[in-house]
Ligand binder design. Structure first.
Ligand code: GLV
Ligand code: MN
Ligand code: MN
Ligand code: MN
Length: 394
């Protein structure tokens, strides 16, 4: 009953391995079509909201609904489960409830959020942040992908009206409670020997872009003393970020992407963008402020300059304890786990009682092709989700 097998061929990335599925690209559009088809096959009515999130309604849409779902986009070269497992499990939970003869007393929807990973436009949870007004719609419209296309242009090309993007009170009123199922992205459940857990919190996290400016020049003809090479402070920043995270309490700092301009082997770069992902229970902004001061020193030492841009930021989220404990009780004392990863559920938690279920990942690896969940654990997760939704919607 995986459902993931249906979409296994969509958006495979032979060069990087795994999947690259980014908002409004061919793969993500095919996944949207697949979702609509699956929903319709179950008699659910699908509509796409002003922010390109998709809602499949079991019965009449209405306020105060029980909502479940996740996202279908991936990071570049990501795994098969991060996102899609929450969508396939939601559809399976509907099947389970139908087979039990259950008819929800409250409105009930399965949602697919747009651009959860920020893999194309750089801001994670873009669909849910627009929905809740946690990002200024003008800023969102002007975000650019690697090819220079704006989010507004991509939305219009998809057939959506970018002018309508932004906080949507009518759509928000429809969410009574939201429960997202997700593959676990660490080793918590392996260590506990349990197939399913409940989320307790999401680590505060953000993304920053450090742009180092130097002087582009010839790799052979430019004497070492004459160089202003922005790759040097960039390299020092990578090391400093790691050391800063090691010295802080439960912090993480990652540089997963460095983009030199113009990017030639025999060219000293004129600029280098270092993309930093930093996370900590508290004070991740302070950690980045310290790194920014260090980056300015590294740059000055090489005769370069640096600009720092905060691209996204969210404080640590503690899920509604009543909801968390209710989910744990319903699932016979399932363990509560912190999440180092961000989720749309963390964005919605600012507005509504929100909870998450995690399914064990035997590799403990995520955002990489090795991400995994066993079939039996996925089935256990879908049944757990069905039990939870049944209780909430009765
Ligand atoms: C999304 O998965 C994130 O936490 O980066
Ligand atoms: Mn992810
Ligand atoms: Mn995810
Ligand atoms: Mn995520």
């Amino acid at each position: 009953m995986s459902g993931l097998a249906d979409i296994a061929d969509i958006g495979t990335d032979p060069r990087r391995g795994g999947y690259s599925r980014h908002v409004f690209d061919d793969a993500e559009r095919q996944l949207r079509e697949w979702f609509v088809e699956q929903a319709q096959r179950r008699g659910l009515d699908v509509h796409t909201d002003a922010n390109a999130n998709m809602w499949a309604w079991w019965g009449e849409p209405g306020d105060d609904a029980v909502v479940t779902g996740s996202h279908l986009d991936s990071v570049p070269g990501g795994g098969a489960f991060d996102g899609p497992l929450g969508v396939t499990s939601a559809l399976q939970a509907v099947d389970v409830l139908r087979a039990r003869g259950f008819q929800p007393r409250r409105p009930f929807a399965v949602v697919v959020f747009a651009e959860e990973e920020g893999g194309r436009f750089g801001v994670p949870c873009l669909g849910s942040k627009l929905l809740t007004g946690q990002i200024d719609p003008d800023r969102a419209r002007n975000l650019r992908d690697a090819g220079g296309l704006t989010f507004a242009e991509a939305m219009a090309d998809f057939g959506a009206d970018p002018a309508r993007a932004g906080r949507d009170d009518a759509a928000l009123r429809r969410i009574g409670q939201f429960v997202e199922l997700h593959v676990e992205q660490g080793k918590g459940l392996i260590e506990l020997g349990r197939p399913v857990g409940v989320a307790d919190s999401i680590l505060g996290h953000g993304r920053w872009r450090f742009r180092f400016h130097g002087q582009g020049n010839h790799a052979g003809a430019t004497r070492i003393d004459d160089r202003r090479d922005p790759m040097l402070p960039a390299a020092e920043l990578v090391l400093a970020a790691r050391r800063a995270a090691e010295a802080a309490d439960d912090a993480r700092a990652t540089v997963g992407r460095i983009v030199p301009t113009p990017g030639g082997t025999n060219v000293i770069a004129s600029a280098v963008d270092v993309h930093l992902d930093a996370r900590a229970p508290e004070r991740s902004r302070e950690l980045v402020a310290d790194l920014s001061a260090r980056a300015a020193e590294f740059a000055a030492h090489e005769g370069c300059e640096v600009e720092v841009l905060e691209e996204s930021f969210g404080e640590t989220v503690h899920f509604d304890p009543t909801m968390r404990d209710r989910l744990r009780d319903l699932l016979h004392g399932a363990p509560a786990l912190p999440s180092g990863a961000g989720h749309d559920a963390g964005i919605l938690a600012a507005e509504r009682p929100t909870g998450m279920l995690f399914v064990r990942n035997p590799t403990g690896i995520s955002h990489a092709p090795e991400e995994h969940a066993e079939q039996a654990d996925c089935e256990e997760g879908s049944l757990a989700l069905a039990d939870v939704l049944q209780e909430l919607a009765r």
